[in-house]
Design a protein around this ligand. Structure first.
Ligand code: ADP
Length: 330
């Protein structure tokens, strides 16, 4: 862990990349903990873009009032191309220095943490990150902000779809978010009693699914739910049905793509809690002189993971989970 001898007197906070419910609760915790410690707090609008465009505002306790329950992010989020270049990042450092900002709290996913890591490695600029992503695709933490809300939204939507599935004895294919990680699919699929769950990280034999569906039809098990992560195969749920039709040409499958609905809405109690804890500890961490780490929660304890380790690929324990699904959906 990198140690910073100079304790920052002004800290900037930003949200970057894909937004996630609970980011507001994290901003609130960061700002209020900073103010509590007598640190000046600055909000950067639209992530790294806001640094380059000098879109930076002073924040106090009132700026973050009445936001803990709101989805989205009051600081707005964006994707910033210039940050992929060293010149862009050098300009960002200049702008931060002009504003007197001596450290940064970055709330975002793996891309945003990569951006923060470069600022630290190239310019020794103190950064800490808070994992804000519905995908939960970071090592070094059991939770990421937004995952619990997204998965609960998916579960509530799939429950509704199940009612109509039951009424018509239908095969339904529901696509949930997760371009590279199958956590939302795996969790929402198990919680809704899905027969099959398809994730980007694992290959599933289409022939085996087709055979098994056929066998279930013979047993008069006509209601079948397949939960597919958007990043599965070539084209998520649509690609899955195209493939399935090669084996079962007459299959009558309905597709429902849940999409961005999973990003919105009020954060769950769990997301508000972890966001509040992580936001508080992000400031404590910087004031302890620690930097270049992601704040995480493991086994219910706060931990600091170096950026490089947090970005290491995290594998799902597929085999154990898939066995449970197979037994419970028979
Ligand atoms: P997320 O943080 O949700 O994973 P992105 O991957 O889009 O979202 O990353 C958000 C922003 O972080 C990007 O628009 C870019 O400004 C910055 N970023 C992402 N990857 C890098 C990288 N390798 N180097 C520098 N900046 C990066």
């Amino acid at each position: 862990m990198v140690l910073n001898k100079k304790i920052p007197t002004k800290i900037g906070v930003l949200t970057s990349g894909g937004d996630a419910p609970g980011m507001n609760a994290a901003i609130r915790a960061v700002v209020r903990t900073g103010i509590y410690h007598g640190v000046q707090m600055a909000g950067i609008i639209r992530g790294f873009t806001g640094i380059l465009e000098n879109d930076i505002v002073d924040m106090d306790n009132r700026s973050v009032a009445n936001i803990i329950q709101r989805g989205g992010t009051i600081l707005k989020s964006a994707r910033c191309k210039d940050f992929y270049t060293k010149e862009g990042r050098a300009q960002a450092i200049k702008n931060l220095q002009q504003h007197g900002i001596e450290a940064l709290v970055v709330i975002g996913g793996d891309g945003s943490i990569r951006g923060a890591m470069h600022l630290g490695n190239e310019f020794n600029f103190p950064c800490v990150a808070i994992p804000g992503t519905i995908d939960k695709d970071l090592a070094g933490t059991d939770f990421t902000i937004g995952f619990d809300t997204a998965v609960n939204t998916a579960v509530s939507c799939i429950d509704k779809i199940r009612d109509t599935m039951e009424a018509h004895d239908r095969l339904f294919i529901v696509e949930v978010m997760g371009r590279h990680a199958g956590y939302i699919a795996l969790n929402s699929g198990i919680a809704t009693g899905a027969e099959y769950i398809l994730v980007p990280e694992a290959h599933t034999s289409m022939k085996r699914i087709a055979t098994s569906l056929n066998e279930k039809t013979k047993r008069k098990k006509l209601v079948n739910l397949v939960v597919v992560a958007e990043g599965y195969g070539e084209n998520g749920a649509v690609g899955f049905v195209e493939e399935l039709k090669k084996y079962l040409p007459n299959v009558d499958a309905r597709i429902s793509i849940l999409g961005h609905i999973q990003r919105g809405g009020a954060p769950t109690c769990m997301d508000r809690l972890i966001a509040s804890r992580m936001g508080y500890h992000a400031i404590e961490c910087l004031l302890e002189g620690k930097q270049q780490v992601m704040i995480g929660i493991k086994n219910n304890a706060i931990c600091y993971t170096p950026f490089e380790d947090a970005l290491a690929v995290q594998q799902i324990t597929h085999d154990a989970w898939l066995k449970i699904i197979k037994i419970l959906a028979s």
